[in-house]
Design a binder for this molecule. Sequence first.
Ligand SMILES: [Zn+2]
Length: 411
Amino acid sequence: MQTISCRFCGTSLHRTFVDLGVSPLANAYVEPQELQRMEPFYPLRVYVCDACYLVQLEEYQSPEQIFGDYAYFSSYSDSWLQHARDYTAHMIARFAFDASSQIVEIASNDGYLLRYFKERGMAVLGVEPARNVAEVAIEAGIPTLIEFFGTHTARSLAAQGKHADLLLGNNILAHVPALNDFIMGMKILLKPQGVITMEFPHLLCLMKSNQFDTIYHEHFSYFSFIVVEKIFAKHGLTVFDVKELPTHGGSLRIYTCHAEDASKALTHRVQELRSRELRHGFNELATYTTFAEQVQATKRALLAFLITAKQEGKAVVGYGAPAKGNTLLNYCGIRTDFLDYTVDRSPHKQGRFLPGTHIPIYHPDKIKETRPDYLLILPWNLKDEIQEQMAHVREWGCRFVVPIPRVEVLE
Ligand SMILES: [Zn+2]
């Protein structure tokens, strides 16, 4: 058997955090004419390093294949735009960035966030590997390098005299295969008194709320705070503040500076979160190795619910076609034998099929036509919003069900 090693410390990995079987890429929605073709499946097995406790996936596909032509345009989501506006205002107020400041964003997408800094007169630069998305940003006047960020990008910018006052990356850290090269690159690009902020899903929330469906091939690493602190420290960067955010079921925003920069005081939040994770046993291997049983119990409970519903002659359909739904359905082996179809508001997904399970995706109006007995909410993090939007299904006695954190028929 081929041995694989930790993407941070290089120790060989042999401890399983959770094994979700084999799955297609979670964003590989299937076109009707592709249904008869072979579909690639990859193992979805997560390891925990027993030396540094970084929870991680083995890399099965090259990042170019996964991110070369990315279908998700962040500007489409209202809540993300609000998040970006709030972030910009907060950062400018706190760190007094002005017209002389250089802002660099890694994985800048279509430039939705950088344009708020640009409106305030600052120099902005995006780095975005997905060409189709980067081109939208460039057309909108946000200068963008079309490449993967790492020491190579950082050295070439530094050679042109370009360094960052603010270097930020939202929802990128989990996607980085060459983690050490990426963080070394940030160290090179950051001005002596510059600030780095990174937002990423928090492992503590993933484990506490049983969010195993947020595990998919595009997410290579799953970070706790103590591990992220250790990784940045190794590269001469100090995490001086942290904020807990509700995004993606619970995320962290870390604030980082050069270890040599004495101008930034460590906040009490750093100490508090570190102690909380230690209380949760994040520095003990046993904490990680018990997660798998919780995941298997959820699978059994969801299948038990579906089997009972079907035996009673009930119709169950899905709501939403998010990437996380694909992990859940493939892991549990749920196809049209249990779930007749799902619906999604995105016109990009309607008319296509879920990867692996080949469950068809329709417009939400389909639900009024077929009047199912249960609506399984796949993006469980939006359950309040969806229950409100779909309140009319209660007219014929349809009930809402969420699979995570535990299978529950909502009242
Ligand atoms: Zn390690």
